[in-house]
Structures are given as structure tokens and as C-alpha cells.
Design a protein. Structure first.
Length: 329
């Protein structure tokens, strides 16, 4: 009798679960719904999340079926587009094998740490203040593999990153960008000139990035900076001065140019203390392969281009033509 009762109970349980297996969810199988499964969710919690999306009802048989199919430990966390109208088994298998939805986040060239933090924070990927704090935390910086420089400015590679909705931290995002930087930089190391250190190249690339957005001018501007370095001249780069001013108003004054700082290349007889932004590959390549010329000066024409000069007299004429005359008008 005991054996018969156990057999009957097992058969009843099987029929009960099998009945659940044959009940399709509501909706058209061609329709999909966006579902986010948090990391660490139990099978029961996943069932409740799917029920809220109207994919399958809350039912303990969902848990039994997941374990019977050996899928309980394979259900993924993240954001997924799941099909409606599926049988519970089909839904479980889809969740176990589906690829997470990816979101493109573009970090343009030439941004500083705070501006990159704004982009990630706006998308809800991390806390802005934590991102900035970690990027300047010496202990965290060392953990990322960066050994030169006080922070991560310059190492946060500008690119389009494809992120999935998982438990990202500010540290994850910073490490991701640093890893990308080194993957781009490593193939370029063979071209490092003996007169420049790796960090010199990174600083100069950040200056080139800030001076022009025109790809054709980058090697020429890099050449000007290298010519000035070779002659022992000051860099006299306005973007470096701006970077060194806290809460910069957007307009440089004569006083700003005369006020010493670790980044004021009008007063320094060397490169600034560190990168002034996060440069892209083209700026790095421009410093490694500058256009050779005798130019020592350049000034903006206010149209995206620059006027280059070999001597101070011609440079002053260009400044009067393109800058001072415009201010008077």
C-alpha cells in the first residue's frame, strides 16, 4: 500500500507539472518584452519578475520544472528581450541561452574625467562622485595597472562601449576604459622615440587633442610642440592653462596666463604635470609620427583651422588678424 501510495503521489506530481508545461504564456510569440533580471536572483524571484512582465504566471511548478530541466543554475542575470506566448520550458531555455541587451555608450575624444563621469551617471551606470573620486585615488589607480601619473586622466580611452544591465560599479567602468587604453597603446610602443617617455607622449597627445578637432592638423600641431621642446621653448598652450584653473569661467585673462600652476605652460619651461584630457588614438599617433616642419607657432582662424608660423613676427601678425581684430569687431 505504501509503495502504491508513493507511486500514485509521484504520478500525480508528474501530471501536475506536465499540465503546467503545456500552458503557453499570453501574447503573440512574435512579440518580445524587455525584462531585467538582477544579479543573484533566485528561481522564485525570476518567476515573479517574468510574471510581472506577463510572460508566465507565478507558480511553484516553475521552480520544479527549472530544476528538473537542470536549468535552475543556468538562468542568467541581465537585461533580455524575451518572447511572449511561450511554453514554460521554452521560456526557461530562452532565458538560459539569451544574449543580454547591449547599450552603446559613446565617450568622445578630449573629455576630462568629470565629463566622462557625467555621461556614465546620466545613463544610470554609476555614481558621478564615486567615479571622480576613484579616478583620483592613488590606491585604486595602482590596482588598474597604471603606474605613471597621479590619477587616471589620460588613461580613460574614448570609444563606444557596449554595456549590459548588470551590477556595474564606477570601478568596473574605469577599469574597462583603462584596459581599452592599454590595448590601443601596446601596438604603438614600437614607435616610441628615445627622446620622449611614454607619459610625455600621453601628455602631448592630450594637448594635441585639445588644440584641434581636425584630424589633418594633429600631426602638424604635434610637430610644433616637439619643435618647441627641442629648442627649449615654453609650450604656451591655452588649454593647459584652462585645465589648471579650478572652476574655469570659459575666458582666459592675462592674469591667468601669468599665474603659475603645474599646468600653466606659459610659466613652465617643461610639459604640464600630466594629461589635460583623455586623447584618442589619432592624437597619440600624431605625437609618435609628427609632421616635420619648421613651424614654432600656430593660432586659430576661428573656422576650425589654424595659421602656422615659423617666427614670432609672423605669428603676431596672425594673432592680430584672426584674434584681436575679431574681438574689436
Amino acid at each position: 500500500m505504501v509503495v502504491l501510495l508513493l507511486f500514485a503521489a509521484a504520478a500525480g506530481l508528474f501530471l501536475w507539472v506536465d499540465q503546467y508545461r503545456t500552458l503557453p504564456g499570453a501574447g503573440d510569440p512574435e512579440d518580445v518584452v524587455d525584462v531585467v533580471i538582477p544579479k543573484g536572483s533566485s528561481v522564485q524571484k525570476i518567476n515573479r519578475i517574468l510574471a510581472r512582465a506577463d510572460l508566465t504566471p507565478v507558480d511553484f511548478r516553475f521552480v520544479i520544472l527549472a530544476r528538473y530541466l537542470e536549468l535552475a543554475t543556468k538562468l542568467q542575470a541581465g537585461e533580455f528581450m524575451l518572447h511572449r506566448g511561450q511554453l514554460p520550458e521554452e521560456l526557461l531555455r530562452e532565458l538560459a541561452t539569451a544574449k543580454p541587451v547591449q547599450h552603446a555608450v559613446t565617450i568622445p575624444e578630449g573629455l576630462v574625467v568629470a565629463e566622462i563621469a557625467d555621461i556614465f551617471a546620466k545613463g544610470g551606470w554609476c555614481d558621478r562622485d564615486e567615479f571622480i573620486q576613484l579616478a583620483n585615488d592613488p590606491e585604486f589607480v595602482r590596482k588598474t595597472g597604471v603606474s605613471v601619473g597621479a590619477g587616471l586622466e589620460g588613461y580613460l580611452y574614448p570609444d563606444t562601449y557596449y554595456l549590459t544591465k548588470k551590477a556595474f560599479t564606477a570601478g568596473d567602468l574605469l577599469q574597462m576604459q583603462v584596459n581599452r587604453f592599454f590595448s590601443v597603446w601596446k601596438p604603438l610602443t614600437a614607435d616610441l622615440p628615445p627622446s620622449l617617455s611614454f607619459y610625455d607622449v600621453l601628455i602631448l597627445a592630450s594637448m594635441v587633442e585639445k588644440e584641434t578637432g581636425r584630424a589633418s592638423e594633429r600631426p602638424l600641431i604635434a610637430g610644433v610642440f616637439l619643435n618647441r621642446l627641442q629648442k627649449g621653448m615654453r609650450m604656451q598652450s591655452d588649454p593647459t592653462v584652462m585645465y589648471g584653473i579650478r572652476n574655469f569661467s570659459g575666458r582666459l585673462s592675462r592674469k591667468d596666463l601669468r599665474t603659475p600652476s603645474p599646468y600653466n605652460t606659459y610659466t613652465l619651461k617643461r610639459l604640464p604635470a600630466g594629461p589635460i584630457c583623455n586623447p584618442g588614438k589619432d592624437a597619440l599617433v600624431a605625437v609618435l609620427h609628427p609632421e616635420k616642419s619648421s613651424y614654432l607657432y600656430f593660432v586659430s582662424k576661428n573656422n576650425g583651422r589654424h595659421q602656422f608660423s615659423t617666427n614670432l613676427r609672423d605669428h603676431n601678425r596672425a594673432v592680430n588678424r584672426y584674434q584681436r581684430s575679431g574681438k574689436k569687431k
